[in-house]
Design a protein around this ligand. Sequence first.
Ligand code: 5GP
Length: 188
Amino acid sequence: MAAGCMVVISGPSGSGKSSICRRLIQDPRVVFSVSATTRAPRAGEVDGVDYHFLSKERFREHIEKGEFIEHAEVHGNLYGTLRQPMDDAIAAGKVYLLEIDVQGALQLRELGIEAEYIFVAPPNHETLRERLVGRGTDAPEVIERRLKKALDEMEESHRYDHVVVNANLEAAIGEVLRIAGLDAPQEV
Ligand code: 5GP
């Protein structure tokens, strides 16, 4: 992959996709797509950095104005990718990184958006449950809901260009860096 491209990462909650993305965005060639969402911020999350936290009304305004390239309802909240920052980053020759759910990724694919589509999978179901419980941020019924969704999402993984099994975080990061063409040192 070269400059001015997109990398779309999906995977169940607890697959480790966020840890992989956090590493990728340390590279100055990478710009992270800050999604809009109607869910409440979690502790430590910053508006405009982790997400643009919007009311349902504001979110709907963006939909009506056609400002989202994709949007989807996930776990009862709305999430969407704004088109303008994406166009700006690609034009600036950046690697634009999206961490979005399966519905959103498949919407982009259907629109013919060129990207490396990467599905991050947990090594097995038990590891996924342990990671979701260990995170300690979600109530038991939320964990069960996320586990069920994870299993449904796993069935869509064959629709991605790459499936990265995250048994070992460093190895998974290395694989994603290679797919994104970020394993070589930056050209000067
Ligand atoms: P969380 O609330 O845990 O941050 O994210 C829940 C899910 O929403 C994750 O699977 C995440 O990848 C997905 N998500 C985040 N932003 C977007 C977006 O802009 N569009 C879509 N379709 N999904 C998103």
